[in-house]
Design a protein around this ligand. Structure first.
Ligand SMILES: Cc1ncc(COP(=O)(O)O)c(C=O)c1O
Length: 393
């Protein structure tokens, strides 16, 4: 008997996040006993800072109810995040403008829903983090590609948007950037903020990789405008991906909309995790040691990987990614990543996740893991490339 033909929303047909598919395949191989070197997913191999874990245990021991928090987050955490802006960026921030979210991922949803209407156009850098585009499509927004590849010096260029028939309603930027690791210099960041204000373009600045930069410190867009939505979280620098604590700094006019959306979407971020997260901002010494490890990992990959594998590699000034140009070896990053995984056990992410135009020439390698993992990856990739070239000859 056939069932009723029920409708499935068009917008649910968004592209999959392929990094997750590779992660699943690599995990299956892991489970079957293969020795897999994980360079595919951007999450630190280190745990949350010890004082954060201790605070969670202490909070549990008090056997409080740990019920819902208010939608924008417990006041202590909103105040601590505001203090973080004073400590890191010398900015006086009203805690009322801070909204605690369930990771930065829900911050995107809340920003898009509070700032844009169905059909609005938002410029997104290409290559870029796939969830921006996928979520926008799911919400009936129109992501408009703003090229930020090698021809643009890997940066989004304002002059390119000025050539369009009409300016977008919003602009999304991320610095340090995923997948390229590129950092937008302060001067350009200021120009972007001023341009957006002048042209009434709502800026959303994803600053989730702040703290992870290897050439210069990153400035926040908040320094240059109060109209941008700033997105951040404890996932990357703070080494707390699974804790699902993020935050937004909101322009005042959006606070009420964001609060209502948060109430209806998830009620509140997990209360025990919010309480424990208060400690995260005081663990800079411990967290900076991870940054030292990433620096070392970055050096091992950049100096140890064969030139054919790195190619015209993006600058990699921040985050924990190398966006390798494999075009002299292959023009199909999906098949190449698959063969690499099968033959060597090294899991990487095909560039097509981040760039539907040129991503077939790139692979993203995450160096968020251990230093031993990077040495092993270099060894296996070098051996693979030598054989691969011989077979092709
Ligand atoms: C650029 C960027 N923004 C946001 C996220 C999502 O992070 P979370 O939801 O864990 O805060 C990621 C995760 O990889 C990312 O790379």
């Amino acid at each position: 008997m056939t069932g009723p033909t029920l409708k499935i929303a068009e917008r649910s047909k968004m592209p999959p996040f392929m990094a997750m598919d590779v992660m699943r395949f690599a995990a299956e191989l892991d489970a079957r006993g293969h020795d897999i070197v994980h360079l595919e997913v951007g999450q630190p191999s280190s745990s949350a800072p010890k004082p954060v874990m201790d605070a969670l245990v202490a909070s549990m021991a008090q056997q409080k109810s740990h019920g819902y928090a208010v939608a924008l987050g417990i006041s202590e955490l909103r105040e601590r995040i505001a203090k973080h802006y004073r400590e890191w960026y010398q900015i006086e921030l009203d805690p009322e403008r801070v909204a605690v979210t369930v990771g930065s991922s829900t911050g995107f949803g809340i920003s898009f829903l509070s700032a844009f209407d169905v059909g609005d156009r938002i410029a997104i850098p290409n290559p870029g983090y796939p969830a921006y585009r996928n979520l926008m499509l799911g919400m009936g927004l129109e992501p408009v590609i703003l090229q930020a590849g090698p021809e643009q010096g890997w940066l989004p260029r304002l002059e390119d948007m000025e050539k369009w028939d009409r300016l977008p309603d919003g602009l999304m930027i991320a610095s340090p950037h995923n997948p390229t690791g590129v950092v937008i210099p302060d001067k350009e960041l200021k120009e972007i903020c001023v341009w957006c204000d002048k042209n009434s373009v709502r800026l959303i600045s994803d600053e989730i990789y702040h703290g992870l930069s290897y050439t210069s410190r990153c400035e926040t867009a908040l320094k240059f405008t109060d109209n941008a939505i700033i997105i951040n979280s404890l996932s990357k620098y703070f080494s707390m991906t699974g804790w699902r604590i993020g935050w937004m700094i909101l322009p005042r006019q959006l606070i009420s909309a964001a609060e209502k959306l948060a109430q209806n979407l998830y009620i509140s971020a997990p209360t025990p995790n919010q309480i424990a997260s208060l400690k995260a901002f005081d663990c800079i010494d411990e967290l900076d040691q991870h940054v030292e490890r990433y620096k070392e990992n970055r050096k091992i990959l950049l100096s140890g990987l064969p030139i054919e594998f790195l190619g015209n590699v993006a600058p990699c000034e921040g985050a924990f990614y190398i966006y390798a140009d494999i075009s002299t070896l292959s023009d199909d990053s999906i098949s190449f990543a698959k063969v690499l995984l099968e033959k060597t056990g090294v899991a990487t992410t095909p560039g097509v996740d981040f760039d539907s135009i040129d991503g077939h020439r790139f692979l993203r390698l995450s160096f968020a893991g251990s230093t031993a993992t990077m040495h092993e990856a270099v060894k296996r990739i070098n051996a693979f490339v030598t054989t691969y070239k011989k077979d092709a000859a």
